[in-house]
Write a new protein. Structure first.
Lengths: 348, 612
């Protein structure tokens, strides 16, 4: 008989003492193999590894399969599954109310690029501190597979219908409009998405990530440009991305000629090893040009297209006090009697 | 005309006509953008400062410059401040409308006109005074550019002389109007003086109207409803304000911004508020809902078209139970309608805003004082009941100047409703968001950011159970909807109670709300004096209706519901609420023409429906 009782090793914890289980959500009700599920997994890992307190995170979303997914990760964070296409405004209100919240907004390509394009546009131009994820499958999953506005020209539905309108490139739009961290990834590209999400968490301002996320039920067939197979054949990563959080020591050297290193707001480092010569992710105009070229060449360009760590975010622009507005006491929010008396005197 | 006992046009040749003191309606007809607003305010204030009850109503076009505008000042010793149909004294400055302005007057009315308009030819049953504005303005205002603006001040001087308004009060009003601009004040005062001197030298008083000092405005203030609401919101502790400009609500938020910047910057130099001009009303309400959900006192202000756009979010906030305050400064619909005219036309659509079984709390102020006090009520009720509260003001109240007693500093502390803190959760271990723990239908909520592992819940507009988990179960859905309805029933005893102006238990009762109130006060006196009818009066101040509303209907044989819309919207709401056998007692007096309600219209219609 074994003399020493076998002790289970204590579960692995992150820097705030939580296990990865503390970042889990409810059991998914999305289709097995849906790209959205993989994205939820990456979010859990990134939040866990970054040691983000789940109680500080909010998960606003719109309507769609994608917008349901906040139910399937981070149950210890407040969620608000709002109305179709209006996640940006709800998120904006919540962040104004409490600037300490970390907002992770989840939307779909339908939710963002059609009904919600107006709010999307204005969120981007405000540089609200938020991570805005589009789970992009080129169709309306929840209403059973109609084309969305990100569907590529010539892409085919299961029913044989061909899309004859050009797609909206949400990344090019976001860059033009003022978002300060813009990238595209693929739900099946575990490593890239993971690093991008961690960098997103470290960023101060609007992060817009368009994540191609195949809909296995309605848009994963031959002729679709948002299928797993199409992505395998056409994904064109711009960089090899790695991320070193501020709380970790840097112990891997890099070649400054071959890698762009971006120091994030919180002191962490985003390393973009160039797969393409001379791509400068701080050059707005070039980023948009490169995205246009990718379209012409039928490649799905992924990576961090644009980053600006200097621009003030919306809360800073509004000069809002450090304490959350939501919980300011009456002594601060209700001016004294003398203020009313003075106002009355002025109206006499 | 109200003063038919005089025949002033015959009273020439030094015979003093009968004096009509502190009882007149004076209308200035100009084009908008001509700067007449300052002159009119000075005139209004001067009368106010002489202690005479006064009201000013601006009838303006949906246009920036060049279209006809009428500003009506009513001075009334008995305190009637509703719009009066008949105009006693017209100041005709607008060549385009001058003819019509003159032709529509009752015999005996007074016309003060710009000399070149030559209006005295038009009728021989009116009193005419002509003023050569261009000749008078040139010497006082050497700078030709400014003459257009200063010109209007001349009529203030002429009127002051004719009506015997104290020039010292006019000067005081001018100094107030141009508070920090001494040069402008001097220039304008010179124009007033020029008008006064001209009238003294060249006009012979022929009309019977006089303003005489009284003591009925002492201590009072003059303010518009939107500014009053802005002040109210600031003292209610608003923290997040979102808006999309729309007449007649814009000035509410613009004034609020000024007040907040002045009084709500913390010792760190940072704002204890956030104001966002949103991209549209969908975003404005979305931000209100997001902020309310996260614990802020959030609000927006809009008008009918904005309310229509807010519909889907209205339902979300109702069903997901999120607080927020929405000011609807009602204007005339449907559609863009008459954007610069007043109505009470959004009552029904707002009460039931959004699809499904949705009902909202409405508060209905009738005065600037209630714009101030109901701001406090609205935020408290929104947070206590975890729902949207709509404050149904209107253009007449919001944009016009009203006399009022000074506002009272809020006497009750801010009520934040049922919010569980980290400490509460430590004690309780957990909570069910939509469980009716206290029997009032209202659950407990937590705010995002609460540092407790059991704090989070999933907010959704989809079907949910007590724990706010997704549910399509019929029983979950029914229970939840019944509970939300219970909340609404509870609200009946928390919303502002109606004002019962008189309840002598006569046969005839009047129910009205909002700005219709002022016409009703006067109409009741007309009914008494002219027809010997004593009508009781109840003023509704909120929806859902309180007990008193039902009792009032029960106690009267015939209840006239007076409102400013076409479809008898409040009456329709009452029909849904009262016992079926009482429905036949309700009769509608509903008017919609864009002008504030006047007493005479109410009296005439009530009398004809009474069969007298
Ligand atoms: C106002 C409104 N219109 C239409 C719908 C129906 N609807 C639900 S989800 C959806 C599209 C969702 O597409 P997407 O955002 O791409 O999400 P996916 O399901 O593909 O992840 C639509 C049109 C709705 N919920 N609300
Ligand atoms: S329908 Fe498509 S998008 Fe929706 S869950 Fe299934 S695979 Fe995912
Ligand atoms: Mg989609």
């Amino acid at each position: 008989m074994a003399s020493t009782p076998s002790r289970t090793p204590p579960p692995k914890t992150n820097r705030i003492g939580l296990t990865v289980l503390d970042y889990r959500g409810g059991k998914t009700t999305l289709c097995a193999g849906c790209g959205h599920n993989a994205i939820s997994e990456r979010i859990i890992d990134a939040m866990y590894e970054m040691g983000v307190p789940p109680e500080r995170v909010i998960k606003p979303s719109g309507i769609g399969c994608s917008s349901k997914s906040p139910a399937y990760f981070m149950s210890r964070s407040h969620s608000f599954n709002a109305v179709h296409g209006r996640m940006p405004s709800v998120a904006t209100g919540a962040v104004l109310a409490n600037r300490r919240l970390i907002a992770l907004g989840v939307s779909g390509d339908g939710d963002t690029a059609s009904i919600g394009i107006g709010q999307f546009v204005h969120l981007m131009r405000r540089n609200l501190p938020i991570i805005y994820i589009i789970e992009d499958n080129g169709v309306y999953g929840l209403t059973k597979g109609q084309f969305s506005a990100t569907a590529d020209l010539g892409s085919k539905l299961k029913t044989g219908v061909i899309n004859d309108l050009p797609p909206i490139d949400t990344c090019a739009m976001a860059i033009t409009l003022g978002a300060t961290f813009v990238g595209r990834s693929f739900s099946g590209d575990k490593k890239q998405l993971h690093s991008m999400l961690k960098a997103a968490i470290a960023h101060n301002g609007t992060v817009m990530l368009d994540v191609v996320s195949p809909c296995v039920t309605f848009n994963d067939h031959e002729g679709s440009t948002k299928s797993y197979k199409y992505m395998k054949d056409h994904e064109e990563p711009l960089q090899d991305i790695s991320f070193v959080p501020a709380f970790e020591e840097i112990n891997v050297e890099y070649d400054p000629g071959a890698t762009v290193e971006v120091t994030m707001h919180d002191g962490s480092h985003l390393r973009l090893r160039k797969l393409e010569e001379d791509y400068d992710p701080t050059d707005k105009i070039n980023a948009i040009k490169r995205l246009g070229e990718a379209h012409d060449k039928n490649e799905v360009l992924t990576g961090v297209f644009y980053v600006n760590t200097q621009a003030p975010n919306f809360i800073e622009m509004l000069n809002i006090t450090d304490e959350p507005l939501a919980t300011l006491p009456e002594s601060v929010t209700r001016p004294g009697r003398e203020v009313l008396e003075k106002a009355m005197e002025e109206l006499r | 005309m109200a003063t038919t006992d005089v025949a002033p046009h015959q009273a020439t040749g030094g015979v003093q006509p009968k004096r009509v003191v502190n009882n007149m309606s004076l209308q200035v007809a100009t084009v908008n953008g001509s700067g007449s607003q300052s002159s009119n305010t000075v005139l209004l204030r001067s009368i106010f400062q002489m202690g005479v009850p006064v009201s000013g109503k601006n009838l303006f076009p949906s246009n920036i410059a060049g279209l006809p505008t009428w500003y009506t000042i009513r001075a009334n010793k008995d305190g009637y401040i509703a719009r009066k149909k008949e105009i006693d004294f017209v100041i005709a400055m607008n060549p385009e409308t001058a003819q019509e302005d003159v032709m529509s007057l009752d015999p005996g009315a007074v016309v003060l006109y710009d000399e070149p308009l030559n209006l005295s030819k038009l009728r021989n049953d009116l009193i005419f005074y002509s003023v050569p504005y261009d000749k008078l303005v040139a010497p006082v205002c050497p700078e030709a550019k400014l003459r257009k603006l200063v010109r209007n001040m001349i009529y203030v001087g002429v009127v002051a002389r004719l009506l015997e308004i104290d020039m010292a009060e006019v000067e005081k009003a001018i100094r107030k109007q141009f508070a920090k601009k001494v040069k402008a004040a001097n220039l304008n005062m010179a124009a007033v003086q020029a008008g006064f001197d001209y009238a003294a030298a060249s006009l012979t008083k022929q009309d019977p109207y006089f303003i005489q000092r009284m003591d009925k405005t002492r201590g009072k203030i003059i303010v518009d409803g939107n500014s009053a609401a802005a002040l109210g919101c600031m003292f209610a502790g608003v923290t997040v304000v979102t808006w999309y400009p729309i007449t007649p609500s814009s000035s509410l938020v613009e004034t609020l911004i000024d007040y907040l910047k002045e009084h709500r910057i913390g010792p760190d130099g940072k704002a204890t508020f956030a104001v966002v001009q949103a991209e549209d009303e969908l975003a404005a309400i979305g931000m209100v809902v997001g902020a309310g959900w996260a614990g802020a006192r959030s609000m927006t202000a809009t008008a009918g078209p904005g309310i229509s756009l807010m519909s889907e979010f209205g339902g979300l906030a109702y069903y997901a139970e999120v607080p927020g305050v929405i000011w609807d400064i009602q204007r005339v619909g449907p559609s863009t309608g008459l954007p610069t005219r007043t109505s009470q036309g959004d009552i029904l659509s707002t009460a039931f805003l959004s699809h499904g079984d949705t009902k909202h709390i409405l508060l209905i102020p009738n005065s600037v004082a209630e714009c101030f006090s109901m701001a406090q009520d609205a935020f408290n009720l929104a947070e206590q009941f975890q729902t949207l509260v709509f404050v149904m003001s209107d253009l007449d109240l919001g944009m016009n100047n009203w006399m009022s007693d000074p506002f009272e500093y809020p006497t009750t502390p801010i009520k934040r409703g049922k919010v569980l803190t980290k400490e509460d959760l430590d004690r309780l271990g957990g909570f069910a968001r939509y469980k009716d723990v206290d029997g009032d239908g209202i659950g407990y909520r937590t705010l995002p950011g609460t540092d407790h592992p059991a704090a989070a819940y999933f907010t959704r507009g989809t079907g949910h159970n007590e724990k706010s988990q997704y549910s399509e179960r019929p029983d979950d859905f029914e229970h939840n909807m019944e509970r939300i309805n219970r909340k609404f029933e509870t609200a009946r005893s928390f919303v502002p109670r109606p004002e019962l102006i008189s309840n002598a238990k006569t046969k005839v009762g009047i129910i009205a709300y909002g700005t219709s109130h002022w016409a009703i006060l006067e109409s009741r006196d007309q009914l008494r004096k002219e027809y010997n009818i004593e009508a009781d009066y109840l003023r509704i101040r909120a929806y859902p209706f309180t007990r008193e509303v039902h009792e009032f209907i029960e106690q009267h044989d015939r209840v006239y519901v007076v409102e400013q819309n076409r479809d008898a919207q409040m009456l329709s709401l009452l029909k849904l609420d009262v016992r079926p056998e009482l429905v036949t007692r309700l009769r509608s007096i509903a008017h919609i023409h864009g002008l504030p309600l006047d007493a005479r219209s109410v009296t005439d219609e009530l009398i004809s429906m009474e069969g007298k």
